[in-house]
Design a binder for this molecule. Structure first.
Ligand SMILES: [Fe+2]
Length: 228
């Protein structure tokens, strides 16, 4: 028997509030902000700080503009974090041809599964929106002078078995050729990793996830995790 889930009396509504993200280089703040705009986040403030860095506030949806939730802050990686990362990289020979074995092991696992490390997920109600956003990213990664080669794009289809969904995805410009699978049914995932942003154990990049859940299914990728 599984552990009983605790239920609490409804004392008030809660929601996920905000996440603070960091771009790595002072001069790349505007480019990082442009990327978030391409991802569909809505810029509500661009504050230029005395240091020369931009502090941005984005919301995941225009409805969050006046609210305290659904917010993404974007600012320059603080000096002390940058210095610690540089010390870690030096000690573990990160970026050399003799990286520490634990670094190589982490890279191998991250290459297999974009969800292995820290990441942030955004839910899109429209699959067409998700496909359009990632078609734009694919194009930018090939041809945008500033973003070319700086995006790593990975996609997961749901576990197969739903004929309607399988047919829709077979016809998708993004998912038609995808052979990877999510840990569940009735939804898709799209991942963009960029070295414009810093996160995770090595601070080298950040992974952003975008999901769509097909309507009408209680069992989907974000409600019930399953292994193939
Ligand atoms: Fe995830």
């Amino acid at each position: 028997m599984g552990t009983a889930l605790t239920t609490h009396a409804p004392v008030g509504v809660r929601s996920m509030g905000h996440m603070a993200m960091h771009y790595k280089r002072l001069e790349e703040g505007p480019l990082a902000a442009r990327l978030l705009g391409m991802l569909g986040y809505v810029l509500t403030q661009d504050l230029l700080l005395p240091s020369g860095g931009h502090f941005y506030r984005f919301v995941v949806d225009p409805r969050h503009q006046p609210r305290g939730d659904g917010i993404l802050y974007l600012s320059l990686l603080p000096d002390a974090q940058r210095d610690l990362m540089e010390a870690i990289h030096g000690a573990l020979h990160v970026g050399t041809d003799h990286e520490h074995p634990t670094v190589l092991a982490l890279r191998a696992r991250m290459a297999e599964d974009p969800e292995y490390g820290f990441h942030y997920g955004t839910l899109l109600e429209s699959l067409e929106d998700l496909e359009a956003i990632f078609a734009t990213l694919e194009e930018a990664n090939r041809h945008d002078p500033d973003l070319k080669g700086r995006l790593k794009l990975v996609y997961n289809r749901p576990l197969p078995g739903n004929p309607d969904i399988d047919a829709r995805l077979d016809a998708s410009p993004i998912y038609g050729s995808v052979t990877r699978h999510a840990y569940g049914k009735n939804g898709v995932q799209a991942f963009v990793e960029t070295d414009l942003l810093s996160s995770g154990m090595l601070g080298e990049s950040m992974m952003l996830e975008f999901d769509h859940v097909f309507p009408g299914y209680a069992n989907h990728i974000l409600s019930v995790a399953e292994w193939e």
